[in-house]
Design a protein. Structure first.
Length: 246
């Protein structure tokens, strides 16, 4: 007897697998990725009232991962306006379990106030400090003690050295079959100084994607989930969804 649920899942899987060879789709997505990043497209979205600075496609991908993993703790480096913290906290609220821990070297007071008065703050904690300082890492590890399922998101300083240090610090916390998600790997695929009038210390050859490559060369416990890349196409995190497999 046929199983329509499984049949639909298989149809989706087949489509996603085919996108890896769909040159027209990939070219269209690459063009949109480039032009939309130049236009700061991701800065236009909010989640429950707070700017999230993410692409909707990456938000959906994160929702799927969080539902799949059902983490007890989500650790995110880089807070900015707090939209991502609130997004993750709201998903954990729907699941009925879990906390979000945000880390930032500079939690601006106006952003802190908005985050702290938000209804989802009850599932959020924040640490101010550099994510690659040992003192900060010690606080993170203390917060993670006793948590069985942990998911990590890296979205702070996007230089190669910083992201590689973050990967080395926090990958050991990721539970089996969970993820460490590295945002802004797209920098490797964009022109240097792609946002007009904005100069940043990262660029081609010095960015989260180069850090991911270096990390995977020294750590065989993680692998890129290429199905996510094939599925969403438009993303600031190509090759950045790293699943712990060992």
């Amino acid at each position: 007897m046929s199983n329509p649920v499984q049949e639909f899942i298989q149809e989706c899987n087949n489509r996603v697998n085919s996108y890896g060879q769909n040159e027209g789709l990939k070219a269209a997505a690459a063009a949109f990725n480039t032009e939309s990043n130049k236009a700061q497209y991701s800065y236009n979205f909010k989640w429950m009232g707070r700017p999230i600075i993410q692409y909707p496609q990456d938000m959906i991908a994160m929702q799927e991962l969080i539902w799949e993993v059902q983490p007890d703790l989500i650790i995110e480096t880089g807070i900015a306006h707090g939209g991502s913290l609130i997004f993750y906290a709201s998903l954990l609220e729907l699941i009925g379990n879990g906390e979000v821990l945000g880390i930032d070297i500079d939690i601006r007071e106006h952003n802190r106030k908005e985050i702290e008065k938000h209804p989802m703050y009850r599932r959020i904690k924040m640490i101010q400090g550099s994510s690659v300082d040992q003192a900060t890492a010690d606080l993170v590890y203390a917060a993670a003690a006793g948590k069985e399922k942990i998911l990590v998101v890296l979205d702070s300083n996007h230089t190669h050295e910083h992201v590689l240090d973050e990967l080395r610090y926090y990958a050991p916390l990721v539970s089996l079959n969970s993820y460490i998600v590295v945002f802004d790997t797209i920098v490797e695929n964009l022109p240097n100084n792609y946002i007009p009038g904005m100069t940043r210390p990262w660029g081609i050859g010095n960015n989260p994607m180069t850090a991911v490559d270096a990390f995977l060369a020294e750590n065989d416990r993680f692998e890129i989930n290429k199905d996510i890349d094939n599925k969403i196409q438009i993303s600031v995190a190509p090759r950045g969804y790293l699943k712990r497999v060992k």
